[in-house]
Design a binder for this molecule. Structure first.
Ligand SMILES: Cc1cc2nc3c(=O)[nH]c(=O)nc-3n(C[C@H](O)[C@H](O)[C@H](O)COP(=O)(O)OP(=O)(O)OC[C@H]3O[C@@H](n4cnc5c(N)ncnc54)[C@H](O)[C@@H]3O)c2cc1C
Length: 478
């Protein structure tokens, strides 16, 4: 950057600083760095400013400034995204909505909450719980992810099979557009048939169309009945996938079935619990209530399914769940009243990252085709002679396949090739590129593989309409 440009950039930033209270604008690189990256591992630039918005008006001021000067802008909630949608541009602006973290209203009668975007998902869920309700979307990251960020990625979670993904929980939004206009979409009624559904245009928009500054979200009654958790082990991931189809086909009150393959369990064991047996058995402590005995050992190539039923006739449904697992070739099945069996699932991401498996994909297929996708992943992994660790929100047909890297030149490209082939396999099975993590910066090269040119062109036209200067997440999302 020339001295002249440096001076001009400095003057621009001074303009922003004078328009907002000093505590809401960071410019010192030592402080802005904390807002520059997310969990994707994608290298971040050094932003020229970070606005820690406290009000909708702060966001309006920041966006007008960025729009006027054509500054590439990243929006940021909790920064827990794994697709690089919240990674800062060099010299760009970051607008964080994390400080806008108040629950403004919670109505048990209307079954809605009106919240600012920085409210943490777990916080809202706890507040709803006091009224016998829940905020259903529960990504594993719910303690660090915000409502705004999760709406912007259309996040899924463990109980989304039974209670819906984020898009089903969003009833209305306040959104600031790049030119500073403030939109209000949807509302707090359960029904709405007026005009185009702009609310859901912004769900999953990944910081590319506008800033969500307020959300009206639906709350759901907590499921009633007895809670039973079960774990089943299978000789292959495909067999576990077939069991998922069997479980779903029986119409059970399944809260979740999560699938963990042998490689994943091995990483959890190795990286989170120190040395131990290497046959995929869970170490002591990984299952606090001792839910996984020796008989639950998952052999090489095999997989484990962890499920939960909540129902008044849970015991009877468990008999059916066991039958579905056995029909698909389960070698072990056991039930528990506690939720300890789920703890291992919560630790997977951390374990895979510790094991150097940062690059992953989150394609989704119709659940009936999950077994086929798992078989295809096995073929792709064997072809490349690589470890691919797969976990799945199995009831949603949504896999997370992480590819092990090698210390070799051009390895990053080879890893991307493996991920691309897995996504292509999913697309060939009526699937989608991303089920819940979003496209961000990581998967933008894959979008055109899912959409027809006309569909893609309409998506670009919408973006052009709302962000004509292209300041929001340029080069990403679509
Ligand atoms: C350990 C771990 C487990 C995870 N488990 C799951 C899971 O089970 N399911 C799942 O779906 N995801 C999961 N994720 C991914 C991530 O947590 C989700 O994508 C989450 O929704 C991101 O929320 P955030 O507030 O951290 O958003 P950020 O990471 O800050 O941002 C995500 C995207 O949203 C945009 N954005 C943020 N705030 C706003 C706003 N106010 N207005 C408009 N756009 C905005 C950003 O620009 C970016 O594109 C996991 C991540 C981790 C680290």
């Amino acid at each position: 950057m020339t001295a002249h440009h440096g001076h001009a950039a400095g003057a621009r930033v001074d303009e922003l600083r004078s328009a907002l209270p000093p505590s809401r604008v960071l410019v010192d690189p030592a402080r802005t760095a904390a807002y520059a990256s997310d969990w994707s591992g994608i290298a971040a630039g050094s932003p020229s400013a970070v606005v820690l918005a406290e009000t909708t008006h702060d966001v309006v001021v920041a966006l007008r400034w960025a729009n006027h000067h054509g500054v590439p802008t990243t929006l940021r909630g909790g920064g827990s995204g794994v697709s690089g949608g919240a990674v800062a541009y060099d010299g760009g602006l970051v607008v964080s909505t994390a400080r806008m973290n108040r629950i403004l209203d919670l109505s048990p009668v209307d079954r809605i909450a009106v919240v600012e975007p920085g409210v943490l998902i777990a916080h809202l869920d706890r507040a709803a719980g006091a009224h016998g309700l829940m905020y259903a979307p529960d990504p594993v990251s719910k303690d660090i992810a915000t409502i705004g960020g999760s709406i912007a990625t259309n996040a899924g979670g463990l109980r989304c099979l039974a209670h819906g993904v984020t898009s089903e929980a969003v009833s209305g939004l306040e959104v600031v557009l790049p030119d500073g206009r403030v939109l209000h979409t949807g509302g707090r009624t359960r029904k709405s048939a007026t005009g185009y559904d702009l609310t859901h245009l912004f769900v999953g928009s990944e910081g590319s169309l506008g800033v969500i500054t307020q959300a009206t979200v639906r709350l759901t009654p907590l499921p009633r009945g007895e809670r039973v958790t079960f774990a089943a082990t299978f000789p292959s991931a495909q067999a576990a996938g077939a069991a998922v189809a069997g479980l779903l086909g029986r119409g059970l009150d399944l809260e979740l079935p999560e699938l963990l393959d042998h490689s994943t369990l091995e990483f959890v064991r190795r990286h989170l619990a120190g040395a131990g047996p290497t046959d995929g058995a869970m170490p002591d402590g990984a299952m606090p209530d001792g839910a996984m005995p020796d008989g639950g050992t998952v052999r090489d190539g095999g997989a484990m399914l962890v499920g939960m039923v909540i129902a008044v006739d849970a015991a009877a449904q468990l008999v059916e769940a066991r039958a579905a697992a056995t029909d698909a070739g389960a070698v072990h099945f056991e039930a528990s009243q506690g939720t300890g069996m789920l703890d291992v699932r919560a630790r997977v991401k951390e374990a895979l990252m510790a094991g150097g498996l940062e690059a992953s994909c989150d394609a989704a297929v119709p659940p009936s085709r999950l077994a086929e996708l798992l078989a295809a992943i096995d073929v792709i992994a064997a072809r490349d002679g690589r470890v691919v660790a797969t976990v799945a929100h199995a009831g949603d047909g949504n896999i997370h396949a992480a590819v092990q890297s090698r210390d070799e030149p051009d390895d990053a490209e080879a890893v991307q090739r493996v991920l691309r082939d897995i996504v292509r396999a999913a697309l060939a099975l009526d699937g989608v590129v991303t089920g819940e993590h979003g496209i961000g910066a990581a998967k933008v090269h894959l979008v055109a593989e899912q959409f027809t040119p006309d569909t893609l062109a309409v998506q670009h036209a919408i973006r052009e309409l709302l962000d004509p200067r292209g300041i929001l997440n340029p080069g990403r999302v679509i």
